[in-house]
Design a protein around this ligand. Structure first.
Ligand SMILES: Cc1ncc(COP(=O)(O)O)c(C=O)c1O
Length: 432
């Protein structure tokens, strides 16, 4: 007996980021040394305040409302107000098992095709394709930090056939961005918002890295400019390092009752509710707590030092890369080495990633997983292959010193990151 697979799933593969993580874990179990720049999991420990709340609520075994605990939604409402000046009534908030799921449910609920700026987070396009949605990719430029502009959107709209233009579309944006570490300015978001409003486009704004912005950089949400047409998603996976807790949130525009109802219908027919003990622990994570707020800031401080260090090494080596201002990723372009790589029989991004893993034990993801074409020689690098506790303790010993001397910090607290940079440099130097 062979189980026939649904047509829409035929091209679906396992998420590239999760797959490389499993591969690296397997290699490490076999005793092989791998420098892991492929997977973006924030490595810090669970904050004690949240851990305690989870332990205290381990006995909560009943199903909860699909929309999420009212006390939790109240806390989330306060969090978005405090952190980003966004006003959402708890009735406009949905709590789900990760924002990935809530992005999927939003895409499923909204009629229309997807407009997707390239590069994009690996998951968006496969999600849309599973639903049979057409995806229109929008190219972006290095000078714009690989983020869309109004001009880019206009160009795409012109290319669409009249029948598509008349339909409501969905635009998915992500800021701070995985894979580039860049963010939208307020002005750019305003232009995009005006364009979306004029063209009846609904925006899904993935703001999961909203609290991880580097010194002097403020996170802006398009929901300020386009509240009536934006669904904001976020969660605890990144700033709180709680990816495995699986808790995400979606903020729904005021008055969109039917949309909210349908989202809850999907939730109630599929995941029922986010895990009960986790929801109780999440109340602690979203409520005002000085120690936790400091913890989040300090973790971001570590991300900033490490990510900026890797960026400066890449620039020194001659790799082209937009400057990161948030999250913990870089999107280097190895095109300056294209001729030399070609001579070594490496002409695609996948070939480059394979060669780097084989020859110098550095794991990273090819740009094709993020929507680039394979000859463009982009890779996506995550800068989190270190022990979070050691890195945070080291950082706290002397924040100001480390900010001025990133290299010594990374040498002391993140040896795999230094080793990966050295290995990449060695690999490129041996090309003739
Ligand atoms: C851009 C982006 N959005 C969403 C997610 C998923 O978040 P969650 O753990 O809430 O599903 C990730 C995780 O890697 C991500 O990088």
């Amino acid at each position: 007996m062979t189980i026939n697979i649904s047509d829409t799933l035929k091209s679906l593969e396992r998420s590239a980021t999760l797959e490389i993580n499993e591969e690296v874990k397997k290699k490490r179990k076999e005793g092989k040394k791998v420098l892991h720049m492929g997977f973006g999991e924030s490595p810090f420990e669970v904050h004690p305040h949240i851990k305690k709340a989870l332990i205290d609520n381990a006995h909560r075994k009943s199903y909860l409302p699909t929309q999420g605990l009212p006390e939790l939604r109240e806390a989330i409402s306060g969090f978005y107000e405090r952190k980003f000046g966004l006003h959402y009534d708890p009735s406009q908030i949905i709590v789900g098992p990760g924002s990935k799921e809530l992005i999927f449910d939003s895409l499923l609920t909204i009629k229309g095709d997807l407009i997707l700026p390239v590069p994009f987070w690996v998951t968006y396009e496969p999600q849309a394709k599973v639903m049979g949605k057409n995806v229109t990719r929008i190219p972006t430029k290095y000078e714009d930090g690989y983020l869309i502009t109004k001009a880019g959107l206009e160009e795409v709209m012109e290319r669409l056939p009249a029948s598509k233009k008349a339909q409501q579309g969905i635009l998915l944006i992500n800021s701070p961005c995985n894979p580039t570490g860049t963010t939208f300015s307020k002005n750019r978001l305003k232009e995009i918002a005006d364009f979306a409003r004029e063209n009846k486009i609904i925006v899904i704004s993935d703001e999961i890295y909203g609290l991880i912005t580097f010194e002097g950089i403020e996170h802006h949400s398009i929901a300020h400019e386009y509240p009536e047409g934006t669904i904001v998603t976020g969660g605890l996976s990144k700033h709180q390092s709680l990816g495995g807790y699986r808790l995400g949130v979606a903020l729904i525009p005021q008055g969109e009752k039917e949309f909210l109802e349908k989202m809850l219908s999907i939730g109630s027919e599929t995941w029922s509710c986010a895990s009960a003990p986790i929801q109780y622990a999440a109340i602690a994570a979203y409520s005002e707590n000085q120690s936790n707020e400091k913890f989040i800031k300090d973790c971001t401080g570590v991300h900033e030092i490490v990510t900026k260090y890797v960026y400066s090494r890449f620039v020194e080596i001659g790799i082209k890369c937009p400057e990161p201002v948030g999250a913990f990723y870089l999107f280097p372009d190895f095109k300056p080495f294209a001729e030399k790589l070609e001579k070594a029989n490496v002409s695609t991004d996948e070939g480059l990633c394979k060669d780097l893993l084989e020859k110098v034990s550095v794991a990273m993801l090819p740009g094709t997983d993020f929507g680039m074409s394979k000859e463009e020689l982009f890779t996506r690098i995550a800068t989190v292959d270190y022990d979070g506790k050691i890195a945070l303790d080291t950082y706290l010993e002397s924040k100001d010193k480390w900010k001025k001397d990133r290299e010594t910090f990374v040498e002391t607290a993140c040896p795999n990151v230094i080793a990966a940079c050295n290995q990449i440099e060695k690999y490129l130097n041996q090309l003739s």
